[in-house]
Design a protein around this ligand. Sequence first.
Ligand code: GLY
Length: 353
Amino acid sequence: MNNQEIIISNNLHQELQQIIERNNPDKIYLLTDEHTHKLCKPQLAALSFLKDVNEIIIGAGDAHKTLSTLGQVWTVLSTSGATRHSLLINLGGGMVTDLGGFAAATFKRGIKYINIPTTLLSMVDAAVGGKTGINFNGLKNEIGVFAPACTVIIDTNFLRSLSADNIFSGYAEMLKHGLISTEEHWRELLLFDTDNIDYDALKKLVAQSVAIKEDVVAKDPYERGIRKALNLGHTVGHAFESLALALNQPLLHGYAVAWGIVCELYLSFLKTGFPKDKMRQTIQFIKENYGVFSIDCKQYDMLFEYMLHDKKNVSGIINFTLLEDIGSIKINQTADKETIFEMLDFYRECMGL
Ligand code: GLY
């Protein structure tokens, strides 16, 4: 897989202008959703090329990450004469960059695309690393390809108008990057003042976080080995997300990941000797900033079933990424049902349930 160029933006207009000049596309398409069309596109208004751009506006939210929306994008590209030399710019959160990336990767066997992520979650995770796709048959990201954007421009100014919930949602993935990298970065993340956000300091943390992900992806772009490090917190996190969805109380992804990290650090403590004090400090940060997702023991079987059916598993064995210590990653770990239930008991106890 080609490397993506990643720019931590200092001047979005200038950088975008340069990238467009360098690529010299015959037509430019801008993919937005209803929200980014209204809230983020005006921030690009000074760009002269925007006058001639073909904008494709899709519905916002995961419910629109569908084959039908994808068809809508392909239809516009096809009927308006897009060619292999056209360029698609995805302006939005993970839903827009995932779907837009997939549309670009498949249209005429692949056209170039640029991601301009507008949420913290998409800046530090979805827009970086070349995973594209849509939901299908009731399953998240069931259809997709690995296809990196030619450039990802990360402009943290978009974060200034993001809700606190969405900041915390993205921050959970940053915390995960801290846990899989260095003690220094992990500590910096725990010490960050989340009550009074210093956006310049956040920009530096975002840059570090993206560099950690880039490094992992460069080593294993197709997730055959070490890229599974990025799944820390996600085996349980996805089960929490699925349970919450079944209860009609959908969770923001990063919140589910934060609570998944609580569980998987305990599993790391039990199975791979993760230090108790670092587990406690991380859990304290999560409790203070994310609150708690309430579960009771009657839901353990259902959570276990969700973990069993996670698409990361092979041969019915639940796959976890665990840690021996900060930055010391153990992929392809497993746990039996009894241990998983013990982990859920621990979660309820430490979260005060
Ligand atoms: N979101 C995890 C990955 O990109 O591999």
